[in-house]
Design a protein around this ligand. Structure first.
Ligand code: DQA
Length: 144
């Protein structure tokens, strides 16, 4: 099973970025945790600050990946393009959306996700561990 893990803008700064909200784990820590807990899954981990990169990468998943775990970061609340990209491959590459923070406890603008309707589910509020939970859910779905 091959899973693409995508990370949006500013997630490269995890570890030092608002640790009271996002925790102290870096993206490298999160990647290592996922790979340790799921050694049987082939995980490709990417981050970009560019919406275009993320849209392109999603569009290339058909036939190459079995599923996507995505934290679109701020693009969650703004990007119809990202939603459309996820919908374009959803018939064969299901996605799970993950957020480190519980966005519903934060500013109103973060309460709405434009990307969640294109995903099979969403996990939020568990900081870095949420990625492993998202992968667990995706593996379960793909194995069913
Ligand atoms: C985030 C939540 C977003 O609102 C924010 O813009 C982020 C991170 C999270 O993981 O909690 O960059 O996606």
């Amino acid at each position: 099973m091959k899973i693409l893990v995508l990370n949006g803008p500013n997630l490269n700064l995890l570890g030092t970025r608002e640790p009271e909200i996002y925790g102290t784990e870096t993206l490298t820590d999160i990647e290592a945790q996922m790979k340790t807990i799921f050694p049987e899954v082939e995980i490709e981990f990417r981050q970009s600050n560019s919406e275009a990169d993320l849209i392109t990468w999603i569009g290339e998943t058909r036939g190459k990946f079995d599923g996507i775990v995505i934290n679109p970061a701020a693009l969650t609340h703004t990007s119809l393009g990202l939603c459309d990209a996820l919908k374009a491959v959803a018939d064969v590459v299901p996605a799970v959306e993950v957020h480190l923070s519980n966005t519903h406890t934060r500013e109103a603008i973060r309460h709405k996700s434009l990307t969640a309707p294109a995903c099979i589910g969403q996990i939020m509020g568990f900081q870095g561990f949420g990625y492993t939970l998202a992968l667990r859910a995706l593996v379960q779905k793909l194995s069913a």
